[in-house]
Design a protein around this ligand. Structure first.
Ligand code: ADE
Length: 322
C-alpha cells in the first residue's frame, strides 16, 4: 500500500471556490479521470490502452496490470522496479515518461507517454531493412537514451526492437523497465552497506531465474548470470545489426541453440552489410563486457559521423524510412 502513497498521482485542477474566486487544487488522478480507448498492446500480465485525460484532453498510454495475476505469478517486485526505474528517468525525450500511478480494487495503472508510431520492430518488419541513414538516426537516439538511463543508474536488461517505441514524430521512446536493474546510488561514506547493496545481494541469487529475450541476451548473463551496463550495449549492437540486416545476429530454431550461438560468438554478416557499420558491430558484439566499446567511443565511431548529439538530436526531423 506504500505503492499508492509514493505515487505521483496528482494533478492541478482549477476550480471556483464558494466566494467565486479561482483556486488551484491538487487532485489525485484516478481511473475516472480518463476515457479509455483502443488496446495498444498486450503483455503476459498487462494490457496497454490508449486513454484521454478528460480535463486536458491529452492522450496517454495506460498500462493496466491485474493485481491478482501479479501476486499469483510473483511479479510484484518487477512491477515496483518498473515504477522506480521510470520515476528516475523523467527527463529524457527518448524514454517513455511515467506521469501518474494509481490503483483500484482489481488493477494497477501506469499513465505513460503515448507512442503512436508503435514498435520499432513493426516498422522494421514493414520496411525489411533500414538504410544507413535511418540506422544512424535511430541508433543515435537509442544510444542517447541508453546513455541517459545509465547516467541515472538504470540498466534496462531487455533492450530489443519491441521495446523501442516511436512517437508521432517517429522519434524513439524506450519502454518496458520491468526487468531493469537499479544500481545503488553512490554514497560518500565508504565501507557502509547501503540498502541498495543489500538489495543487490538478493538480486544475485534471484537473477538466476531471469534471462531477457533470447536473441539479445549477452554472453555474461549466460556465463556468469551477471548483467552490467555493457550488457545493454551488447543488445544495442544486436539492434544495429538487425536494422541493417533485417534479422538479429543470433537466431536459431530454439532458445538453447540461440544461447549456444551467443556464447560461441557465432554470427556472420550478410552480403552488402556496410563496412563501417560492420566495424562498429564487431566492437560491440565482444564476449568480454569490459572490452566492449564504451558509450563515449560509440558516439565517436565513424558510423555516427555527422550526428548532432544532445538536445539537437531530438529536435531533428526523422529521416524518411527507406
Ligand atoms: N504499447 C506499449 N506501450 C505503449 C505506449 N506507451 N504507447 C503506445 N503503444 C504502447
Amino acid at each position: 500500500d506504500d505503492w499508492q502513497e509514493r505515487g505521483a498521482a496528482v494533478g492541478i485542477r482549477r476550480e471556483i471556490d464558494q466566494n467565486g474566486n479561482p483556486v488551484q487544487r491538487l487532485v489525485k488522478k484516478g481511473v475516472k479521470d480518463f476515457n479509455f480507448g483502443r488496446t495498444l498492446g498486450e503483455g503476459s500480465y498487462s494490457t496497454v490502452l490508449a486513454a484521454t485525460d478528460r480535463q486536458t484532453l491529452r492522450e496517454y498510454a495506460i498500462k493496466v496490470l491485474d493485481k491478482n495475476h501479479i501476486i499469483k505469478e510473483k511479479k510484484v517486485k518487477y512491477v515496483n522496479i518498473e515504477k522506480e526505474a521510470l520515476n528516475q528517468l523523467t527527463e529524457h525525450p527518448g524514454i517513455v515518461r511515467l506521469y501518474y500511478t494509481f490503483q483500484d480494487k482489481r488493477s494497477l495503472y501506469f499513465v505513460l507517454d503515448l507512442a503512436s508510431g508503435g514498435e520499432l520492430l513493426g516498422v522494421l518488419k514493414k520496411m525489411g531493412t533500414f538504410d544507413e541513414e535511418c540506422t544512424r538516426f535511430y541508433g543515435a537516439q537509442i544510444l542517447d537514451a541508453i546513455s541517459y538511463m545509465h547516467s541515472r543508474g538504470v540498466i534496462h536488461r531487455d533492450l530489443k526492437p519491441e521495446n523501442v517505441l516511436l512517437d508521432d514524430q517517429m522519434h524513439v521512446k524506450i519502454t518496458d523497465f520491468g526487468t531493469a536493474k537499479i544500481l545503488p546510488k553512490p554514497t560518500p561514506i565508504s565501507g557502509d552497506a547501503t540498502p541498495g547493496d543489500l538489495l543487490d545481494g538478493a538480486e544475485t541469487s534471484r537473477a538466476l531465474s531471469f534471462v531477457g529475450t533470447a536473441e539479445y541476451v549477452s554472453p555474461e548473463l549466460l556465463n556468469s548470470r551477471n548483467a552490467c551496463k555493457a550488457s545493454d550495449l551488447w543488445a544495442f549492437g544486436c539492434i544495429i545489426y538487425q536494422l541493417l540486416a533485417g534479422r538479429p545476429p543470433f537466431k536459431a530454431a530454439n532458445e538453447y541453440l540461440t544461447f549456444q550461438k551467443i556464447v560461441n560468438l557465432e554470427y556472420t554478416f550478410p552480403e552488402g552489410f556496410p563496412e563501417i557499420a560492420k566495424d562498429l558491430v564487431e566492437r560491440l558484439l565482444v564476449s568480454d563486457p569490459d572490452k566492449r566499446l564504451p558509450i563515449e567511443h560509440i558516439r565517436n565511431h565513424q558510423f555516427f559521423d555527422g550526428v548532432q548529439w544532445g538536445t539537437r538530436l531530438w529536435k531533428q526531423k526523422a529521416p524518411r524510412l527507406k
